[in-house]
Design a protein around this ligand. Structure first.
Ligand SMILES: [Cu+2]
Length: 345
């Protein structure tokens, strides 16, 4: 009798253990199912082509995520991503090692959070392509109240994005679906820019008027900037002038003569201060050495300094030759002016 009761009790105990174990397994399955439901979405930040197109937009421009999802911004150009409504000044004068120097705004350049952090208002990715060139990506976990959050690129005013955080009950497109639409939008933007380049090339083939050749500096339509000169190659006669005018938009440009065999020199140069912080300071290539309207100096060196949209820079060429030049801000922007002696009548 005792034996049977003992056995019976052991059997019941075993049942309880099995039931508890099953419950534990079920619970852990439920937890992992919940965790797996958290998705990672990607936003492509701009896209530069090797021939001077800068797409100045976030793809997708508006993204819906569930609370707790991760968003990864992939940088394909010189941009930052900061949660704010108003852009900061791109160039500021700061004291660097006891000397006031114009520099690219460190509040734009440097991240104020780590990739993988949980979202907080005011987070800035920094210019990932410059501070993290090997893997220019920045992620945030959007574990924040449902609502609309807008962000921008400080380098390119008008380049804005929207994040809409929704609760778990709201159905939204999957990351794969979002990627497809974003890529299609990006492809269309680049195709439109190709057509805009073609139109600008045709337009800039107009003959010289009076004694001044007009060169358009850059081109901007909607969310596309083209960092090139139109025309890129032109011939003038000795005594004639070239006038470069920056087109509408917000990209500043420079005109720097000559383009030496060593290549272009950037307007902004990296400088590590005494505290080991990286700065991008405005160097000599970004400083003007001649006034607009002057003759090309005898040593053949002319720098316009930064020219804002609408600004012009004119130089008179008095010696025959081939003058190659570049923009010290945009790595794809080059031009050639050939100056010939007038044909004898
Ligand atoms: Cu430029």
């Amino acid at each position: 009798m005792f034996k049977r009761t003992a056995l019976h009790m052991m059997f019941r105990l075993l049942l309880v253990v099995i039931a508890l174990a099953t419950l534990a397994t079920l619970t852990s399955h439920l937890t992992s199912a919940h965790a797996a439901a958290k998705a990672t979405y990607t936003v492509i930040v701009g896209t530069d082509t090797s021939y001077g197109i800068e797409s100045l937009a976030f793809f997708p421009q508006t993204l819906k995520v569930h609370k707790g999802d991760t968003v990864t911004w992939q940088f394909r150009g010189f941009h930052d991503m900061r949660f704010d409504q108003k852009t900061l000044d791109a160039v500021v004068v700061n004291d660097i090692d006891g000397k006031p120097q114009p520099e690219f705004n460190p509040q734009i350049f440097n991240p104020n959070a780590r990739s993988g952090d949980t979202f907080k208002p005011g987070i800035n990715s920094g210019v990932q392509l410059a501070v993290n060139p090997d893997n220019p990506a920045f992620s945030l976990v959007m574990d924040t109240a449902p609502g609309t959050y807008s962000y921008l690129c400080d380098v390119h005013p008008g380049m804005v994005g929207t994040l809409i955080v929704v609760d778990d009950q709201t159905a939204i497109p999957s990351p794969t679906d979002v990627d497809k639409v974003a890529q299609a939008d990006l492809d269309k933007a680049i195709a439109d820019a190709d057509l805009a380049i073609l139109a600008a090339v045709k337009k800039s083939a107009a003959p010289i008027e009076g004694n001044t050749l007009q060169v358009a500096v850059g081109l901007q339509t909607n969310n596309i900037a083209v960092t090139r000169f139109f025309p890129e190659i032109a011939t003038i006669q000795v005594g004639q002038s070239v006038s470069w005018t920056v087109t509408k938009g917000f990209d500043p440009h420079t005109v720097n003569i000559p383009l030496s065999r060593e290549g272009r020199v950037d307007a902004f140069l990296p400088l590590v201060d005494a505290k080991k912080s990286l700065h991008l300071v405005l160097g000599e290539a970004g400083n003007a050495n001649v006034k607009s309207g002057a003759e090309l100096p005898a040593d053949g060196i002319a720098r316009s300094g930064p020219l804002d949209p609408g600004a012009s820079f004119t130089l008179k060429f008095t010696k025959p030759g081939v003058y190659a030049y570049y923009c010290a801000i945009h790595p794809t922007q080059f031009g050639i002016i050939e100056v010939v002696s007038p044909q004898p009548q």
